[in-house]
Design a protein around this ligand. Structure first.
Ligand code: MN
Length: 411
């Protein structure tokens, strides 16, 4: 699988090029403590390896492709402190890469190609620069600058678009893992709804979700949002440290991650198990927007078009809820987008204005946020684009008012 992906990437690379993808390195948190290591997802996508400090090199020499993996040498002292590093044999078995060398040889390997072939062929140094890295140090920049000092005529290319194009179309294996992540997320939400009661603290509710994830050997796809009452009107509220009030709605936006494949689900439920009339009418409007997106999502549309359709829908519907008075617009109650791609990253790689195609997995997450009324509702499903529409991967996660109330009444 990883080899096939690398071959597909090779096809889109410049004819004479050296592409470098890095697994990355954990950054320091406080003192000598590091943040937990999280592998670069394109590196993982192309190798299946999630160890720190590894480097993948794809060398394209006309019609001949060469793939080299660089690993760290074994360090007996570090092995006693933090465990051993991955060894060549294991790295080779997982990734299917036969040529495994040590990271110290990275620069001399680049130099070897440029010395021997750089005079005859125009070489391009390729690396992946994601949008977040545009305003941060780019780990590859130092290496590329050093190489260019010695070989000034070498070109440099960002291959973000090349890797994104591959990663945006999900394989069956990827869909299976995302479905597993979704079903664990579903179990976690049910555990929260089972535990919910008046005056429960948001972070206690969150802990029920965490318990299910750990029990299922899953990680968090992202920091859980568990927001009650007015907190739910703050889009990325993540403190989760307030006590609920009787009759509050609780908005949860969360996801499990299974083998690095993420779920991203939002549900909103009454902490006491019963919607008030006002809460129900707002909830039902968001739910209809959520279903409307699934009706219209199909290949050829863009996520921007989907969002515009939701805004038009709200334009019609919000006056029925007594909203849009005194110069207020839809954007005063709904100001985010309805969709983003989902996969190895929660906000997965995508290309702006690229039409949807079969195999894309996107979210469907309309919301309404009424700060004055202390009501925030978001309903988020994960959908896969098919030949003529879409299917909902998270259809089993309950969202009908009657289902939620019956479930909570029967606890
Ligand atoms: Mn989302």
């Amino acid at each position: 699988m990883f080899q096939e992906r690398r071959e597909k990437l090779f096809e889109s690379l410049p004819e004479y090029s050296i592409s470098i993808l890095m697994a990355g390195k954990a950054s320091y948190n406080i003192g000598d403590e590091t943040h937990p290591f999280d592998v670069n997802r394109s590196f993982y996508y192309l190798t299946g390896l999630d160890n720190e400090n590894l480097v993948l090199m794809l060398v394209k020499m006309g019609k001949v492709n060469q793939t080299i993996l660089f690993i760290e040498p074994f360090d007996p002292v570090m092995a006693k402190w933090v465990g051993g590093k991955i060894m060549a044999k294991e790295a080779s078995e997982i990734s299917g890469i036969k040529d495994v060398r040590y990271v110290e040889q990275l620069k001399s390997t680049i130099a070897m190609y440029l010395n021997n072939y750089g005079k005859i062929h125009q070489f391009t140094l390729c690396g992946e620069l994601s949008k977040q890295e545009f305003d941060q140090p780019w780990p590859l920049a130092d290496l590329f600058n050093e190489v260019r000092k010695q070989y000034p005529d070498v070109l440099v290319k960002n291959i973000f678009e090349n890797t994104a194009r591959l990663r945006m179309v999900k394989e069956e294996y990827e869909i299976e893992n995302m479905c597993k992540a979704i079903s664990v997320t579903d179990a976690g939400i049910k555990a929260m709804m089972t535990a919910a009661r008046d005056y429960i603290w948001e972070n206690e509710l969150e802990a029920y979700f965490d318990f299910v994830l750990k029990s299922e050997q899953c990680e968090h796809a992202f920091h859980t949002i568990c927001a009650s009452g007015k907190n739910a009107t703050v889009l990325h509220y993540g403190k989760n440290n307030q006590q609920t009030k009787p009759g509050d709605l609780v908005l949860v936006d969360l996801g499990a991650s299974h083998k690095y494949y993420n779920a991203d689900i939002s549900r909103t439920f009454p902490v006491n198990g019963k919607f008030s009339d006002r809460q129900r009418e707002i909830y039902e409007t968001v739910l209809r927007a959520n279903k409307y997106v699934m009706e219209i999502a199909k290949p050829g549309m863009t996520t921007r078009e989907l969002n515009n359709k939701v805004i038009e829908f709200y334009q019609e519907e919000l006056p029925k809820l007594g909203l849009l008075k005194d110069g207020k617009t839809v954007r005063d109650y709904y100001w985010h987008g309805v969709s983003h791609h989902l996969g190895l990253e929660t906000h997965d790689v995508s290309l702006p204005d690229e039409p949807l195609q079969p195999g894309n997995v996107i979210t469907d997450e309309p919301g309404l946020y009424l700060e004055e009324e202390g009501i925030g509702v978001r309903i988020e499903d994960d959908i896969m684009i098919t030949e003529n529409g879409c299917i909902c991967l998270s259809k089993d996660v309950m969202k009908e008012v009657a289902d939620i109330e019956n479930f909570m009444a029967s606890r």
